[in-house]
Design a protein around this ligand. Structure first.
Ligand code: KG4
Ligand code: ZN
Length: 350
């Protein structure tokens, strides 16, 4: 089955073509980062309008690259949520319109399920069951994954997501949006040991996270040094490193706990923050210490993309699931509400 995947949940328009026999045929992405840069974050209305402009040319590009015509598509998958409602509606109406014109099935995919399954696009893909650490701009979750749609939430952030914490720290450090890659680059120049940031919620049992305290700690540390007349590049780099180390260390501690508590020997790390180099280095140590195997998407599929949506959609469409005529745009949508792959239809959803 050849599936066109469409991602428009936030500030990236992603389109891809996945073929059940041949794998990923093509993918294309347009990032709106430059458009939102002046505002320090995503402006929903600008995001929706830009998705409208980009979708058709990106679809034509992936079809061209794969040497296919529209008529050779067998199904369409789009991100139905969670995300910005206007942005989601662009993908949803486009996907439903195209599917109706071509008389093929269409399915709304859960964005975080897309992230979670993204490592399946790699040659070294994880077997079920595995533990997934999902670390994006909107979510930080630890999930036990028995199969597609068989998700047990083990823990999640009670406040800011890990990516959101990076974005807020970046703003305090006068770095641009999205902050993760900029904080990571600045941290490369930092000196370890000058500042020690707390590892929130690690000194008590449980698998939940909290990152908003780290944001306050970063602000207070910056105010302290600035009050003492020190606003040097080196000091900001030292703070960026201390912040990043605290986030990464906290994530590693919780993952180790989840692996030990469940006895599952495989860990998937996905979502924008999983592109972080320091995280990958620290998690290599975690793998050595626990004997667990760790799986990541390739860096371009850590952040938002159409390939993960095409893959997740392919698996569910193959199982006979589809939307029917119901266009979905669900800003909030708990992943645990998803049916397993064995459910023949998605009656009653939303
Ligand atoms: O998964 P994603 O593209 O979008 C959401 O679903 O939210 O994640 C975006 C988040 C942003 O907060 C961004 O700052 C963060 O991922 N991010 C990173 C890195 N690359 C992206 N955080 C830390 N280090 C990175 N290299
Ligand atoms: Zn995402």
């Amino acid at each position: 089955m050849r599936v066109l995947g469409i991602e428009t949940s936030c500030d990236e328009t992603g389109v891809a073509l996945y073929d059940g026999e041949r794998g990923l045929l093509a993918h294309a992405l347009h990032s709106q980062v430059a458009q939102h840069a002046d505002y320090g974050g995503v402006v929903p209305e600008l995001a929706s309008r830009d998705h409208i402009r980009r979708l058709l040319p990106l679809c034509e590009r992936v079809l061209d690259e794969a040497g296919l015509s529209r008529g050779q598509l067998d199904g369409i998958a789009y991100t139905a949520g969670p995300g910005l409602v206007g942005a989601l509606m662009v993908g949803s109406t486009f996907a439903h319109g195209l599917a109706a014109a071509l008389s093929i099935p269409v399915l709304g995919v859960h964005h975080m399920e897309g992230h979670l399954l993204a490592p399946m696009l790699e040659e070294r893909a994880p077997a079920f069951p595995f533990i997934a650490l999902l670390v994006s701009g909107g979510h930080t979750q630890l999930v036990k994954v028995a199969g597609i749609g068989e998700y047990e939430l083990l823990g999640e952030s009670v406040d800011d997501a890990a990516g959101e914490a990076f974005d807020k720290a970046a703003r305090m450090l006068d770095l641009s949006y999205p902050g993760g890659p900029h904080v990571a680059a600045l941290a490369e120049e930092g000196r370890a040991g000058r500042f020690e940031f707390p590892r929130p919620m690690t000194n008590r049992p449980g698998l939940d996270f909290s990152f908003s305290g780290l944001k306050t700690y970063t602000r207070n540390t910056l105010e302290d040094v600035r009050r003492n007349g020190d606003d040097s590049h080196q000091t900001r780099a030292d703070i960026a490193l201390a912040f990043q180390t605290a986030v990464v260390e906290t994530l590693a501690i919780k993952c180790r706990r989840a692996l030990e508590a469940t006895g599952v020997p495989r860990l998937v790390v996905a979502g924008g923050v999983s592109a972080n180099r320091a995280l990958r280095e620290r998690f290599a140590v975690l793998a050595e210490r626990t004997g667990a195997e760790i799986f990541y998407p390739r860096p371009v599929f850590c952040t938002d993309n159409g390939a993960m949506i095409a893959y997740a959609g392919h698996e569910r469409l193959m199982a006979g699931q589809c939307d029917g005529e119901k266009m979905l745009a669900l800003p909030r949508w708990p992943m645990t509400e998803l049916p397993p792959l064995s459910a023949a239809c998605r009656e009653g959803l939303a």
